[in-house]
Design a protein around this ligand. Sequence first.
Ligand SMILES: [Zn+2]
Length: 69
Amino acid sequence: MTTTLPPRRPLPRRAGLTRRQQRGASCVWCCIVLSPDTAVSLGTQTYQLADGQDLEWHPRGCTRCAEAG
Ligand SMILES: [Zn+2]
């Protein structure tokens, strides 16, 4: 079971992340590859496309980054 925690620090801009980070396969902060044991779901976030459309994404972080203030 993946834990869900609201992000305690600002999320990086989605556009600047790697595909793995955008998919939730890697930590959004430190880029470490996540496993079900180490991943923390950061909840549903929204981002805006260039045309103004809002889309959802589901970023994940590692336990260490997610729990750091
Ligand atoms: Zn991390």
